[in-house]
Design a protein around this ligand. Structure first.
Ligand code: C2E
Ligand code: MG
Ligand code: MG
Ligand code: MG
Length: 282
C-alpha cells in the first residue's frame, strides 16, 4: 500500500517525527474511547465581581483522566479533537453536562462554556445551544459562550449570523484570551461581543511591565466606552487585583480567587464571602 510505504519511509528518515505521529494517532483513539468510558469531567473556576467581591459565575473547563497517562491537559487534547472531528460530540457533551450542573446553582450564578472555532465549521451551534437550553431548562441569560479571536479567521456571514441569534436569545458572547490572537479590533463592531476576557499573559506581567499596565488599563477603558464587561484572567496576586480594581475592571478570575474545582456546590454558603474576607485592596 502506498500509504503504508509512505509511513515506513517517514519512519526511516524521521524516527522521532513518526513516534510523535503514532502517539497522536493513539491519543485520537483513546479520546474516542474516553468519551464513551466516562474518563472526561469538568472543573469549574469561579469568577467574581471586582467592585463588591461577589461570585458572578463559573467557567467550565474540560479534563481528561487517561487510564495510563493520567491527567492530559485540554491544551493537548482539544486540538486533537478539533482535527479529528471529535470536537462535535465532545463539545455537545461539555455543554450539556455544564448546563445540567448549572441548573442546581443559585439563579444569579452564571455559567461560562468555551466553544472551539471548529464547532462552528461542523455544527449548527445555535441549534445545539437552543436544544440544550431547552433540554436542561437553563435560562439563556445564565449562559456565556467563550469564543476566541481565531473565530475571525472563519469570518463568514454564517458565524456572525449564529452569534447574533445567540445574542438575541439572551446568551452572552465573550471574547476569550483577548489580545493574543487576531490583530484587528474591527470584529468588535460586527460581532455581538458583550464580554472581553483579557488574556492571562497580560495579567502575568502587571506590575513588572509598564507597557502591560498601559495595555490592560486601556482595555478596561475600551470596555467602559463600549459597555462591554471586562474580565481579567489568571489573577494570581493581591497586587494584580489591586491594580485591576483601581482601573475599574469589572470581573476577575484566577488562582488568587479560586482554582478550577469539580464540585462547587458543597460550599455554596461560604462561596460569595470568600474574596471579601481578604483585604483585597488597600
Ligand atoms: P481558557 O478558556 O482561557 O481557560 C483559562 C485557563 O487558565 C484554564 O486552563 C485555567 O485553569 C487557567 N487558569 C485560570 N486561572 C489561572 C491562574 O491564576 N494562573 C494560571 N497559571 N492559570 C490559570 P485549562 O483548564 O488548562 O484550559 C486551557 C485552555 O483549554 C482554555 O483556556 C481553553 O482554551 C481550552 N479549554 C478548556 N476547557 C475547554 C472546553 O470545555 N472546551 C473548549 N473548546 N476548550 C476548552
Ligand atoms: Mg475560557
Ligand atoms: Mg482565556
Ligand atoms: Mg487560554
Amino acid at each position: 500500500r502506498a500509504k503504508e510505504d509512505g509511513r515506513n519511509t517517514f519512519r526511516f528518515f524521521e524516527p522521532a517525527m513518526d513516534a510523535a505521529l503514532q502517539k497522536r494517532r493513539r491519543m485520537e483513539n483513546d479520546l474516542r474511547n474516553a468519551l464513551r468510558k466516562n474518563q472526561l469531567y469538568l472543573d469549574y473556576q469561579p469568577q467574581f465581581g471586582l467592585d463588591n467581591g461577589k461570585l458572578t459565575g463559573y467557567e467550565a473547563l474540560v479534563r481528561w483522566w487517561h487510564p495510563s497517562e493520567g491527567e492530559i491537559p485540554p491544551t493537548t487534547f482539544i486540538p486533537i479533537a478539533e482535527e479529528t472531528g471529535l470536537i462535535a460530540p465532545l463539545g455537545e457533551w461539555i455543554l450539556k453536562t455544564a448546563c445540567t450542573y448549572a441548573t442546581t446553582w443559585p439563579l444569579d450564578t452564571k455559567l461560562a462554556v468555551n466553544l472551539s472555532p471548529a464547532q462552528f465549521k461542523t455544527q449548527d451551534v445555535y441549534g445545539l445551544v437552543r436544544r440544550i437550553l431547552a433540554e436542561t431548562g437553563l435560562e439563556p441569560e445564565r449562559l456565556e459562550l467563550e469564543i476566541t479571536e481565531a473565530i475571525i479567521l472563519q469570518n463568514t456571514d454564517a458565524v456572525i449570523d449564529t452569534l447574533t441569534k445567540l445574542d438575541q436569545l439572551g446568551v452572552c458572547i465573550a471574547m476569550d484570551d483577548f489580545g493574543t490572537g487576531y490583530s484587528s479590533l474591527s470584529y468588535l463592531t460586527r460581532f455581538p461581543v458583550k464580554k472581553i476576557k483579557i488574556d492571562r499573559s497580560f495579567i502575568d506581567t502587571l506590575g513588572t511591565s509598564e507597557r502591560t499596565s498601559a495595555i490592560v488599563s486601556s482595555i478596561v477603558g475600551l470596555g467602559q466606552s463600549l459597555h462591554v464587561t471586562i474580565t481579567a484572567e489568571g489573577v494570581e496576586t493581591e497586587g494584580q487585583a489591586a491594580m485591576l480594581k483601581q482601573w475599574g475592571c469589572d470581573q476577575v478570575q484566577g488562582y488568587y480567587y479560586g482554582r478550577p474545582e469539580m464540585d462547587v456546590t458543597d460550599e455554596d454558603e461560604n462561596r460569595p464571602a470568600q474574596p471579601l474576607d481578604r483585604p483585597l485592596v488597600a
